[in-house]
Design a protein around this ligand. Structure first.
Ligand code: GTP
Ligand code: MG
Ligand code: ZN
Length: 307
């Protein structure tokens, strides 16, 4: 029997079979041993083959090759990676200006990893109902920066309903992963566009205005209009996995556009002379905020050991 993993909680996996029933499965022992540096051998989104074992319980015995997947560094185990989800069509970074604040650096790290794994991404600023006119103005500027880089951006509100129709259009017939800090409203947005799910949502902590990790494991939800959406637990930092530091520029569309003009073919756009990327930044064609994210990602990758 073939199906798709829609949820994983430790050693049990919920699999949506092609005949639309959901069954709980275990994993055949061999997978645990294979890929040592991955904390979850089977991820939400995986297409799997399931069989009944001698005792009659369902066991996943084959994983179909993944079209793609998004990984991040495992939070508790450095040098290990965690597959957030696989076989996805797009990533939406859910961000907020405040309550809680999402930093540009966080957004750029998610966009960077999406680029590494070849997954189209967009930025969604939720909680638009809370922003002042001045904050909205600031947001417009930031959204222009992402759009210019190739990541369409827009605002939403799970409370006022702003742009939820647009969001629905984007989700139609696609598998979409939502990621972002705890408390930005990932689960609330899903509830707002797909009534009946009643996903748990949680108030921010009163003292820190941060989310309290209400969603605790990734879950893929079928949408009645067609498509799937993956709700994920909020993440504090998007730990990046190893990419050669000198290759980092390839995963910034603005750098990719300019790098052919650099004097040195191995330019890393740091402090070389005649660097076309730095010129683009100075002339306003490459947003300083994104350039600073690049430098910080570059430095972080330099420190990482190859695997
Ligand atoms: N004002 C306002 N509040 C919102 C909006 N969206 C969500 N919230 C509130 O923000 C809080 C957190 O929402 P959740 O949907 O639980 O956030 P989450 O991103 O799923 O958080 P985790 O599951 O912890 O990662 C809840 O109190 C929501 O009611 C919005 O658009 N506007
Ligand atoms: Mg949630
Ligand atoms: Zn350069």
């Amino acid at each position: 029997m073939r199906g798709r993993v829609i949820q994983s909680t430790g050693s049990w996996y919920e699999v949506l079979l092609d005949n639309q029933t959901v069954i709980s499965c275990r994993l055949k022992g061999k997978f645990r041993l294979q890929e040592k540096k991955i904390t979850n051998p089977v991820a939400v989104g995986d297409i799997v083959e399931v069989d009944a074992d001698e005792e009659g319980s369902s066991v996943i015995h084959t994983i179909a090759p993944r079209h793609n997947y998004l990984v991040r560094e495992a939070p508790q185990k450095k040098e290990h990676t965690h597959i957030i989800a696989s076989n996805i069509d797009q990533v939406l970074v859910i961000a907020t200006l405040s309550k809680p604040r999402t930093s540009p650096g966080f957004i750029d790290r998610v966009l960077f990893m999406a680029e590494v794994y070849g997954i189209p991404a967009r930025v969604v600023f939720n909680k638009a109902d809370l922003y002042t006119d001045k904050e909205m103005q600031l947001l417009e500027e930031r959204m222009d920066i992402y759009a210019h880089a190739g990541y369409p951006a827009f605002t939403t509100s799970a409370v006022s309903g702003e742009n939820l129709e647009h969001l629905k259009e984007l989700l139609h017939d696609k598998t979409t992963l939502l990621t972002g800090h705890s408390g930005v409203g990932k689960s609330s947005l899903i509830n707002a566009i797909q009534p009946g799910l009643e996903l748990r949502t949680g108030a921010l902590s009163a003292t820190h205005e941060k989310g309290q990790h209400t969603t605790t494991f990734a879950r893929m939800l079928p949408l009645s209009m067609g498509g799937f959406i993956v709700d994920t637990p909020g993440i504090k930092e998007f730990g990046m996995v190893h990419v050669e530091a000198k290759e980092a520029g390839h995963y910034f569309p603005e750098i990719r556009k300019e790098m052919a003009g650099c004097r040195f073919h191995d330019c890393v756009h740091y402090n070389e002379t005649n660097c076309a990327v730095k010129t683009a930044q100075e002339e306003g064609r490459f947003a300083t905020e994104r350039y600073l994210s690049y430098l910080s990602i570059y430095e972080e990758l330099l420190e990482k050991k190859p695997w």
